[in-house]
Design a protein around this ligand. Structure first.
Ligand SMILES: [Zn+2]
Ligand SMILES: [Zn+2]
Length: 289
């Protein structure tokens, strides 16, 4: 379900109350997100040619429904939305430092932005980081802007695909619609069933609780979790085998819905805790060898 303007506003307020250190950045991401919701009507509907005959076998064996690189998107509107988001960055506190580089992509030939959007779709972090360095823009800002420019189209494609799929039949750790990795998890209901949320198209799908979605390891000795001190409802699950982690929001303690770009930004401290912990564990391991 797509978060409405009211959902975004409520979440921005709840995060500011929970963790005031994020109030400014949350408001900023909330404004960008609201612009994506308002722009959704300008995007022409995606032309999807689903081959349903092929679906059950390949899909249940773990082949995602679409390849994000071939995603049919309204590029013209995505470019227009990018332009609009850059204007919002300009008005933000830290904006002027970033804006020149973000504008430069638009000034270059049409292909520059198109290529970067394709890199964002393919989760090609290296290409985006190199571009960000050349443009003197913080890499997370460029990645966020690229993804948000395509967000209305991505959500629409995901919604159409979800209508055709029974997500309870999917038991893999990557997104059933676009194949991208999960960005967040939530726990809900009795016993705390786990749901994963795609980093790209924001599709949510159920996944077993005691298994790493990145390497499918279910050996409990390798799975652990950390909590930030005195923070109800937030934790990060770690996998000692593959070294990945996943931030988790317990919806029995914090109110939903999950809005991936906002909840991801407002749990940045968990990324730091997880990365630090995984680094220490690696160092410990190398010491004991
Ligand atoms: Zn996805
Ligand atoms: Zn793992």
């Amino acid at each position: 379900m797509t978060a409405s303007l009211e959902d975004i506003d409520a979440k921005v307020k709840a995060i500011a109350k929970r963790n005031p250190v994020y109030s400014e950045s949350t408001q900023f991401v909330g404004d960008l997100l609201s612009a994506t919701v308002q722009a959704a009507g300008n995007f022409s509907p995606p032309e999807l040619s689903f081959d349903l005959g092929q679906l059950p076998d390949a899909w249940s064996q773990g082949k995602s429904f679409l390849d994000p690189k071939d995603m049919p998107l309204d590029w013209k509107q995505a470019r227009a939305l990018y332009k609009q988001l850059v204007e919002l960055v300009k008005e933000s506190k830290d904006g002027p430092r970033q804006v020149e580089g973000l504008m430069q992509v638009l000034a270059e030939d049409e292909d520059s932005l198109f290529k970067l959007m394709k890199a964002a779709l393919a989760s090609d972090i290296k290409t985006m980081e190199t571009a960000a360095r050349e443009l003197a823009v913080d890499p997370p800002v460029l990645t966020l802007l690229l993804r948000l420019s395509m967000r209305p189209a991505l959500l629409e494609v995901a919604r159409a695909a979800q209508n055709l799929l029974d997500l309870s039949q999917w038991n893999h750790g990557h997104c059933p619609v676009c194949g991208s990795a999960p960005k967040l998890a939530d726990l809900s209901g009795e016993g705390g069933q786990r749901t994963l949320h795609c980093s790209l198209c924001e599709t949510a799908w159920p996944y077993v609780r005691l298994q790493c979605p990145f390497c499918e390891n279910d050996n409990r000795d390798d799975l652990s979790y950390l909590r930030a001190e005195s923070e109800e409802g937030l934790r990060v699950d770690l996998c000692g085998r593959c070294g990945h982690y996943l931030k988790t929001i317990d919806l029995r303690e914090l109110s939903g819905p999950i809005i991936v770009p906002l909840d991801d930004m407002a749990t940045w401290h968990l990324d730091l805790i997880a990365q630090e912990n995984l680094k220490e564990n690696k160092a410990d391991k190398s010491r004991t060898i």
